[in-house]
Design a protein around this ligand. Structure first.
Ligand code: UT7
Length: 328
């Protein structure tokens, strides 16, 4: 009951911001950012909408998969930075790429979005015989929601998109998904649609910290603490389901949030950092796009080869986490 990743593609915004560019907004420096996060530069969406980046990544994935858009039965789109509350990004891209026979919806699991979406794609493939191919797209423009006066947060994120075309396959596969909603208040972006003026005022508080308008709020230390246990746990849970150990895995493809988080996870798992695909230094944290961007880069560089076993492991707002073990 596994899947085959037929083709992948990506889209990266034209503009790049290096660490020193952040000196214009906040009191920071290249050395702090590099040593505390592992990030050197990141792409920033300028004119590019989230759906556009997703569309470009999708077209590349479809071409590499060697299929026609009309053969896609479902489009799943993940993002934490949707251009619209409605319609879905998936519906817009479905039309743009000519996937005329596809259903389409967005899936929200923050930075764990691609892992959740890939497993959702697999479940659709095995419960609907008429589906042949599912297109999973992850696209993010986090820069639009960053507080460029918050030096602990704004330096972390980057923008970009990646996509994968998947089909049914008897290759090995296992997945473990999880959530700890008690951590919802440590990482969020508020959707501030005010109640109509005719409604009565209330002093109701939802308990989330105040943050101006729509800007991203992060308690970095709390997320860090969660991440260093969630990343290895996501692997262990998926591995035990698959009946494999760390030694069976050729490549670990983790969510790229902070190189120190990945190093700590690698140490806990007893795995060499050489087995981890890292894109953090040049892309920063691109939320749900980070795992597929890393996966795509590993494939493009010839590191990840057919027949190898991969562990995709992620965590993010929610707080969510998840791991997939699959054969490429
Ligand atoms: O996908 C979403 C997942 N998000 C994450 O995984 C983020 C998880 N958290 C982290 O990666 C880290 O907690 C951060 C990178 C956000 C912060 O790193 P840290 O090692 O926890 O730094 P800190 O908050 O302990 O700050 C250490 C010092 C502080 O100064 P003082 O109080 O010691 O004087 C900060 O004010 O570093 C200061 N600082 C900075 N200095 C220069 C914080 N941000 C910066 C900065 N430049 N950009």
């Amino acid at each position: 009951m596994g899947i085959n990743i037929l083709g992948m593609g990506n889209y990266l915004p034209e503009q790049t911001l290096v660490n020193d560019d952040f000196k214009k907004f906040v009191d920071t420096n290249d050395e702090w950012i590099r040593t505390r996060t592992g990030i050197t530069e990141r792409r920033m969406a300028g004119w590019e909408p989230v759906w556009y980046m997703g569309k470009e990544a999708a077209l590349s994935a479809i071409e590499r998969a060697g299929i026609a858009p009309s053969e896609i039965g479902l489009v799943i789109f993940t993002t934490v930075t949707s251009d619209f509350l409605t319609p879905s990004m998936a519906s817009i891209v479905q039309n743009e790429i000519g996937a005329v026979n596809a259903a389409a919806f967005d899936l929200g699991a923050a930075c764990t979005g691609f892992v959740y979406a890939l497993d959702t794609a697999r479940r659709f493939l095995y419960t609907d015989d008429s589906l042949k191919y599912v297109l999973v797209i992850s696209s993010e423009a986090i820069s639009r929601f960053c507080d460029f006066t918050d030096r602990q947060t704004c330096i972390l994120f980057g923008d970009g998109a990646a996509a994968a075309v998947v089909e049914r396959s008897d290759k090995m596969y296992s997945c473990a998904l999880g959530s700890d909603g008690s951590g919802a208040r440590v990482l969020f972006t508020r959707n501030l649609a005010p109640a109509p003026e005719v409604m009565q005022e209330s002093d109701f508080s939802d308990g989330f910290p105040e943050k101006p308008k729509h800007l991203l709020y992060q308690d970095g230390k709390a997320v860090y603490k969660f991440a260093v246990q969630a990343l290895p746990a996501a692997f262990e849970l998926a591995a035990s389901k698959a009946g494999v150990t760390k030694d069976d895995i050729d490549w670990f493809v983790p969510h790229q949030a902070n190189v120190r988080i990945i190093e700590t996870a690698a140490k806990k798992l007893g795995v060499s950092m050489d087995k981890f695909i890292l894109t953090l230094d040049h892309f920063g944290n691109t939320s749900s796009a980070s795992i597929p961007l890393a996966l795509n880069e590993g494939i493009e560089k010839g590191l990840i080869k057919r027949g190898q076993k991969l562990a995709l492991i992620g965590f993010g707002a929610g707080l969510t986490y998840g791991g997939i073990i699959l054969e490429y």
